[in-house]
Design a protein around this ligand. Structure first.
Ligand SMILES: *Cc1c(COP(=O)(O)O)cnc(C)c1O
Length: 384
């Protein structure tokens, strides 16, 4: 479709990342590809079939709307889809009918799914989430005991696919004790449930960070988001990985590139202000180019006068304020730039590449936030 920019997703980089992840977690652990947040901005509809071609057969999302989009995009209808968060009671019927697996973390959802499952005469495939110390969602105490009784009383309604929890920040060693505690709580409760006759098919607790920093926590399945997209949960986790693997360099490859074009060019006299207001004054006679990307396209306004962009493989500065739909760059030093030339907002090769994290640090957003803010209306294109 018509647009002012395009987001490219590299299949060869994705293949590389899955290879690295597989090397790291071993052959016996299942990998679930986490595609919440529009596949971290990569685009669910474009990303999911490519990930399937690369061997993924399990996807995790946050909510029913995302599960619906994943289901629609699948090549193989047998591929599993798991909702880790929000399912409205009204949505349970669709979810159960379509074999979508989902987290259960409160009695309300459990009661409701038993009702719906009885009506449909079809088991709900659940992942039972336990509270271990994040204090977000999950069963604990009295509710946990009641839920276990409920499941035992309704074996025709519930297929106990998974038992799970989530760590409160495995990417930082600052949370070490808390995460360790969470993991021992998980094991203790899993044992207790087993003694009460509840044995899940798989146990899972680890995201990208925990898979690297807490290898024991890989259990039967790991939920991998950020690493498949070629980024690390934190610098700490990369260092941890390099130390343990003996590798010298970061082996992951960013799979996203974000590209647009020069919209117009012009000369500006020494001393003139460029763009809105007076934040940028030409220090000399300058040449500037306009790019049809602004904060409405996900290019943060905080990159005003600080962002870096590639044209003709050279890094140039964003000058003046980032507008809603446009920004300006200084092309004084780059000869021959003309309307229609390619501009790279994220991506490129070699020392000039604009990495997501460099971009992220400059705009004061984390990798995760920056990617998921890329608007879904920008077209995605799979490249080699
Ligand atoms: C987002 C998410 C993950 C994946 O986290 P990454 O750090 O991107 O690997 C795993 N588990 C849950 C519950 C999540 O919400």
């Amino acid at each position: 479709m018509f647009n002012t920019s395009v987001i490219e997703v590299s299949k060869s980089a994705l293949i590389n990342n899955y290879k690295i992840i597989r090397e790291c977690v071993g052959e016996d652990v299942k990998v679930s590809s986490v595609v919440k947040g529009n596949a971290y901005g990569h685009g669910i509809e474009d990303f999911v079939p490519v990930a399937e071609e690369c061997g993924m057969d399990h996807f995790s999302v946050f909510s029913t709307d995302e599960a619906y989009r994943v289901k629609k995009s699948l090549i193989n209808p047998e591929t599993q889809v798991m909702i880790m968060g929000w399912v409205d009671n009204d949505e349970l019927e669709w979810v159960i009918k379509n074999d979508v697996q989902f987290y259960v973390f409160d009695l309300d959802r459990l009661n409701k799914l038993i009702e719906v499952s009885s009506t449909l005469k079809k088991k709900a495939r659940i992942h039972f989430e336990i509270e271990t110390g994040m204090n977000r969602t999950g069963f604990i105490g009295d509710e946990l005991r009641k839920a276990v009784e409920k499941i035992k009383d309704n074996p025709q309604c519930v297929e106990m696919v998974g038992l799970c929890t989530h760590f409160a920040g495995a990417e930082s060693v600052a949370n070490y004790l808390r995460v360790k505690n969470q993991y021992s709580n998980f094991k203790r409760i899993a044992r207790w449930m087993k003694n009460h006759g509840i044995v899940p098919q798989v146990r899972h607790v680890a995201s990208s960070a925990a898979s690297i920093a807490y290898p024991n926590s890989r259990l039967d399945l790991v939920r991998i988001g950020i690493m498949q997209y070629g980024l690390w949960p934190s610098q700490e986790i990369l260092i941890h990985y390099l130390k343990n693997s003996g590798k010298k360099n970061d082996p992951l490859k960013r799979i996203i590139s974000w590209k647009s074009k020069v919209m117009s060019t012009k000369e500006v006299g020494k001393g003139d202000f460029i763009g809105y207001g007076t934040t940028y004054q030409a220090r000399d006679h300058m040449k500037v180019a306009t790019v049809p990307i602004g904060y409405s396209h996900g290019y943060s306004r905080s990159l005003s006068n600080t962002g870096r962009i590639l044209v003709n493989n050279s890094r140039v500065a964003v000058i003046g304020i980032v507008n809603m739909n446009m920004l300006m760059i200084d092309i004084s030093e780059i000869p021959g730039i003309k309307k229609g030339d390619e501009v790279v907002l994220i991506g490129g090769e070699g020392p000039n590449a604009v990495s997501v994290s460099a971009f992220g640090e400059l705009s004061d957003q984390l990798n995760y936030e920056l990617l998921t803010r890329l608007p879904s209306h920008i077209p995605r294109k799979i490249v080699d």
